[in-house]
Design a binder for this molecule. Structure first.
Ligand code: NAP
Length: 645
């Protein structure tokens, strides 16, 4: 924390910008007065409110006055923050969350909070494994995006030799590649950042793609990861050498030259959303105009004054349509299913200087603010997307709580479309909220659809012709440019790479279009292959993928530790453990909004199984991945571990 030197007026101005429940929490630390959280002021869980926990004007004014006095005291050396008992910290958790935090969450949230500023997730037994056991042990990491960089950091910290293979020319993964206009993160940045690399200077609450990319570039530089990354290099195939407990990975460089790299472990960190998907529409190849996918945006195409068609209204199109609508001549948006809009008034707002100041100067405020975001946007919302098996009232909700959410979100959308009954009908989804990822809205989406030069077409596309598109009702739309906002081949995990495991078994043949893994990480027959952001580790409403990656890499560290300590050459998940886990995943996913039979989305694979999503609250992933249970694994392989060349 930086020292406080500001004038009273400057302090007052900063306090005006505060998230008050977090500020009150910080005041307990600063003043030691636990009475601040046991009096009249009791924030409530106000997901749809202004975020201030429903505090009255008087309570807000009283809080600000207390905060001013405390910050002045801190500045003038009259107050010294005191350590709090863990009981008080637990009480503050419930206070800030505006909800009684269940007991089982406490250790998990204590780690998330990391009040003492330590990188608690880095602490692992792997650090303590003697250096002689780590000697000659090599890890190959595939991908230098958010997860791959994290894996590299953790390997480096643990003293394990690693090489990262990256197909792109730089780090950043999805945050490098998706450079379409308007691309920005949809998780608040104070949450969407590594837990151990907070940034109190995020310029926006939800920063734009160039800023996210810069953040990941900065992390790669800070941890000096680049020398270990081979850019412009793709993994073609990795073959497990059972006799020696080694993976032999064939990679291809930019010059087309192939090489085989040998490692004890392969960690894949290629994301679920890295391979663009073009729709299976008749005649797609025949279009004579210009066309591109959102993830391979062709910035050389000048859209000014052009007739443009956009196919898709998912998270990507939702961001670029408002950007291009004022530029193009005419825009036709082909919508199959409308997205649910989550009211987020500050979606494009800058973080005020006062807020940044508070994060940097008020002891523990940054921690409690992150904690509050965490609770609001993760497990706090979970109950709203659970299905009630007895719910038969409507198809566009899956239970009473979910229906309440549907009603609120529908009203929010309709309220923006006065005088446009056509759009009111089109813009409210017909599937339950939580069925697909909702999008963060500050009004710009519907404002774009309302523009006179924009038409929303809900009839299905029958074909693409050399000059445009035809819908099933026989209408033709001639256009100059088609932009595909049609998503990614998410359920085709790890493709187009090939992995050959024990006995030469091919991973994709084993999966047969239905990828599964234990905890999303390990697969029977594939010893020492660890997947990050693998099957069933995506979330729809509750949480950030960074959280999952941090859990996954800790677990992977544990697996490597088991391997090293046992001096085995192979660690392989037991099939029975893997199967029981997946049965549980399927059973629970079918009880969530995204598993409802009426919902179609990229979360379901071609077989209709939800292969993407984690169905439990996040606390359960944290618990399941803290330390691997040796009973879940077979340790063995070659009599003595071989050194990777
Ligand atoms: P997406 O959510 O899969 O959306 C694809 C869109 O294309 C959907 O509207 C889909 O309609 C439509 N579509 C696909 N095939 C079609 C066809 N044949 N005819 C008509 N429409 C068709 O893809 P995305 O928008 O790229 O987003 C993918 C994921 O990436 C998101 O869910 C999110 O996790 C992530 N993402 C995040 C951010 C962010 O953080 N800000 C931004 C972008 C993406 P249906 O709904 O009917 O299938």
């Amino acid at each position: 924390m930086s020292a406080i030197r500001e004038t009273d007026d400057a302090l007052k101005a900063a306090i005006e910008e505060a998230h008050l429940p977090s500020l009150i929490a910080a005041l307990v630390h600063i003043t030691g007065d636990a009475g601040l959280i046991s009096g009249d002021i009791k924030p409530v869980y106000d997901f749809f409110g202004d975020g201030q926990g429903g505090l009255t004007d008087e309570q807000r004014a009283a809080t600000k006055a207390r905060a001013l006095a405390a910050l002045k005291g801190l500045r003038d050396g009259k107050i010294k923050p005191v350590p709090l008992s863990s009981d008080t910290v637990h009480k503050i958790m419930s206070f800030v969350a505006g909800a009684e935090i269940p007991e089982r969450y406490i250790p998990f949230l204590e780690e998330e909070l990391a009040l003492e500023g330590k990188d608690l997730k880095a602490v692992h037994g792997l650090d303590e494994v003697p250096a002689n056991l780590k000697h000659d042990f090599k890890v190959l990491i595939v991908g230098a995006g958010m997860s791959g960089l994290l894996a590299a950091i953790r390997m480096k910290q643990a003293g394990i030799a690693y090489t990262v293979i990256e197909k792109n020319a730089d780090v950043g993964g999805t945050w490098m590649v998706n450079a379409y206009p308007g691309c920005r993160v949809d998780n608040p940045n104070h949450l969407y950042s590594y837990s151990f690399e907070p940034n109190h200077d995020w310029p926006y609450h939800f920063s734009t793609q160039p800023l996210l990319w810069k953040y990941f570039q900065g992390v790669a530089d800070k941890y000096a990861l680049r020398p270990n990354i081979r850019f412009n290099t793709e993994v073609i195939e990795s073959v497990y050498d059972e006799a020696h407990g080694l993976w032999k990975t064939r990679v291809k460089g930019k010059d087309g030259k192939e090489e085989t790299l040998v490692s004890n472990v392969v960690i894949t960190a290629v994301g679920q959303l890295s391979r663009p998907r073009l729709p299976d529409i008749k005649g797609i190849e025949s279009f004579k105009g210009q066309s591109f996918h959102s993830a391979t945006w062709d910035h050389s195409v000048d859209l000014k004054g052009k007739r443009v068609a956009v196919i898709g209204t998912g998270a990507s199109a939702f961001q670029f349509v408002p950007e291009i609508a004022p530029v193009v001549g005419h825009l036709t948006v082909f919508q199959r299913n409308a997205p649910w809009l989550g009211p987020t008034p500050n979606y494009h707002d800058k973080v005020s200087e006062g807020k940044k100041w508070l994060l940097k100067h008020v002891p523990t405020y940054d921690k409690w603010y992150r904690f509050w975001l965490w609770w609001m946007l993760t497990d706090g919302i979970y109950e709203f997307v659970k299905s009630d098996p007895d719910w038969t009232s409507r198809k566009d909700s899956v239970g009473a709580q979910n229906d309440m959410l549907r009603e609120m979100l529908s009203q929010y959308t309709i309220s923006q479309l006065e005088g446009r009954p056509d759009l009111q009908k089109a813009a409210v989804p017909s599937y339950p909220p939580g069925g697909k990822r909702s999008v963060r809205d500050n009004g710009v989406w519907l404002a774009a659809l309302k523009r006179p030069n924009v038409e929303t077409v809900t009839d299905g596309i029958a074909e693409i012709t050399p000059t445009g598109l035809k819908t099933k009702d026989g209408r033709s739309f001639d256009v100059d440019v088609i932009i595909y906002g049609t998503g990614f081949t998410a359920s085709q995990f790890l493709e187009p790479m090939k992995f050959k495991g024990k006995g030469g078994v091919d991973l994709h043949e084993q999966w047969n279009g239905d990828a599964r893994a234990y905890l999303g990480i390990t697969v029977p027959n594939f010893p020492n292959l660890f997947i990050m952001y693998g099957p069933n580790t995506n979330i729809v409403v509750n949480g950030s993928i960074i959280f999952f990656s941090e859990c996954e890499i800790r677990y992977i560290q544990g697996l490597i530790e088991l391997l090293l300590k046992s001096n085995a050459s192979a660690i392989e998940v037991k099939k029975a453990v893997h199967d029981v886990f997946n049965d549980k995943v399927d059973a629970l996913n079918s009880q969530m909004a995204w598993g409802a039979p009426q919902v179609t989305s990229w979360y379901k694979n071609a077989k209709g199984r939800v292969s993407q999503n984690w169905p439990w609250p996040l606390v359960d992933y944290w618990n399941a991945t803290r330390v691997p249970d040796p009973n879940d694994y077979d340790l063995g392989g070659a009599p003595e571990r071989q050194a990777a060349e």
